[in-house]
Design a protein around this ligand. Structure first.
Ligand code: ADP
Ligand code: F6P
Length: 472
């Protein structure tokens, strides 16, 4: 058997950038995986000779290793019970709610934690096989928090970084989790830990100080074995140049014009783009829009709302329930307010190609982003990249993006009256005000794009536990 090829850069993430779909004839086709992690890491890996270790999205035997767009994909097997207990259970019914302010109650099951350890071990073993001597290994997100320590045991020669795409919870919430010390110890196997925002890194450091026998000085955790681990904020971003290029493409501009026309050439197009997730504040947004139509502040013959709601985690009760509630509300709003022959609210529950998403962003006058908690929210930054001087964003204060996009129309989505006022202000402010706000946000996204984020992360990782000179 030929020796397995090894790589100087290895990414480990729960999902590969593509999901396998096995047809009735047993043939596999591939489609893009959902979520911001994939959007960001796809652009980062483009042109770098690296391996990506992850699950192919279906239970059972892992497909064979393959190469796509210069990315060397190395699928990890998840059996049906791994999917139920590690992915749906521990990752998405326990960690996800705890890390998002317990918007829905978290569930704790011993079986899930065992599966989490089992699958994290499998990931660490797979990474250990494909990492070249002295390689850089970049582990991603809350599904793989034990991988850093497990990998260090197998391969003490590699440099290990971990980045959390979602928030890190306050210690009072984190403490609820059985096995909480194990998670911190798992993460502390890394050399550098990256978080979206400073408060996320601070929450992690506080949890270490409170729950482990370690010393924390500044942003460095000193372990009893003499190792030190740095934890710091490195906010993720989007492929600004790629998006600008697409938005400037005449075919995409033509498509944006067509979308406007198909929607009846309204005066205002409002847009929401989210995975159908309870963290995204979809119900709050629909409530505000419904009330604005009801009160006559918005006229459905002049304004349309397009909500793209990507299917997500559909086997979990909380997600099924949310889908039911959202679709009921969409039906109610359209039933009560749509003029004959058009709809006040266009609801699209499916995935679209990148060009179609860019055309939608370009066509929209106001983007509405109302998460109750969100690590970053790349959609907001994508909208900025797709607009020149026009457009506006209503943006929840509870997103990581709000730190950098402070010229958006910031809102508290829990305050429906204020949210309604903010939507109206964003719609009716003069073009000069939109221009000033969008220009300022564009400068931010252009300077801090996804390549800058990746370089920043990797430089921090190489310098850890020291802070690299000239870096934040
Ligand atoms: P999350 O990672 O929680 O899903 P983000 O806003 O950070 O949220 O990232 C979502 C990513 O998925 C963005 O790149 C967005 O453009 C993309 N996306 C969202 N909905 C769709 C869809 N229906 N079709 C294609 N891409 C989508
Ligand atoms: O960035 C948040 C995130 O959870 C990613 O880890 C994940 O890939 C994405 O959202 C979509 O979720 P899922 O992989 O569970 O479909």
């Amino acid at each position: 058997m030929p020796a397995q090829r090894t790589f100087d850069l290895v990414i480990a993430a729960n999902r590969l950038p593509v999901d396998a779909v096995t047809g009735a004839d047993g043939k596999i086709t591939w489609r893009r995986s959902p979520g911001g992690l994939v959007t960001a890491m796809e652009s980062v890996m483009h042109g770098r000779e690296g391996a990506w270790v992850g699950w192919a999205g279906e239970p059972g035997k892992a497909p064979r290793a393959f190469t796509q767009n210069s990315m060397h994909l190395r699928p990890v097997r998840l059996d049906q019970d791994d999917v139920v207990d590690y992915y749906e259970g521990q990752s998405n019914d326990c960690l996800w709610p705890i890390y998002h302010d317990a918007i829905v109650p978290a569930k704790f099951r011993r079986r899930w934690r065992t599966a989490y350890e089992r699958v994290n071990t499998r990931f660490a073993e797979q990474v250990a096989k494909v990492a070249a001597p002295g390689a850089t290994v970049w582990v991603h997100d809350y599904q793989l928090q034990l991988v850093p320590a497990l990998l260090r045991k197998l391969r003490s020669d590699v440099r290990i970084g971990w980045f959390n795409h979602i928030p890190f919870p306050p210690v009072e919430l984190f403490m609820q989790m059985p096995g909480r010390e194990g998670i911190l110890e798992g993460l502390l196997g890394a050399d550098f830990l990256g978080f979206q925002r400073k408060p996320d890194a601070a929450n992690f450091l506080r949890a270490c100080r409170g729950l482990l026998d370690v010393t924390v000085r500044g942003d460095v955790v000193h372990l009893p074995d003499g190792r030190s681990v740095r934890a710091s904020a490195v906010p993720i971003s989007v492929d600004y140049n790629g998006l600008r290029e697409l938005a400037g493409d005449p075919a995409v501009q033509q498509r944006a014009a067509e979308i406007r026309e198909q929607l009846g050439d309204p005066k205002h197009i409002l847009l929401g783009v989210d995975r159908l997730d309870y963290t995204k504040g979809l119900r709050h947004r629909l409530k505000a829009y419904g009330e604005l139509l009801q009160s006559g502040d918005l006229d459905p013959s002049e304004t349309v709302f397009v909500q793209v709601a990507t299917p997500s985690r559909e086997r979990l009760a909380a997600y099924r329930e949310l889908r039911g509630q959202v679709e009921l509300e969409v039906g109610r709003i359209n039933g009560e307010h749509s003029p004959i022959g058009s709809t006040a609210l266009t609801y699209l529950h499916r995935s679209f190609p990148r060009t179609e998403m860019v055309a939608l962003f370009a066509a929209a006058d106001v983007l509405i982003v109302t998460p109750l908690r969100d690590g970053m929210n790349l959609v907001a930054k994508e909208y900025v990249a797709c607009h020149a001087d026009d457009g506006a964003i209503v943006l929840s204060e509870f997103t990581g993006a709000a730190d950098e996009l402070s010229r958006a129309y910031l809102c508290n989505p829990h305050d429906i009256d204020k949210l309604k006022q903010t939507i109206l202000q964003a719609m009716h402010d003069p073009p000069g005000e939109h221009r000033r706000r969008m220009r300022s946000m564009r400068r931010t996204v252009m300077t801090n794009d996804v390549q800058h984020w990746a370089e920043d992360f990797l430089t921090n990782l190489q310098a850890a536990p020291h802070k690299p000179k000239g870096h934040r």
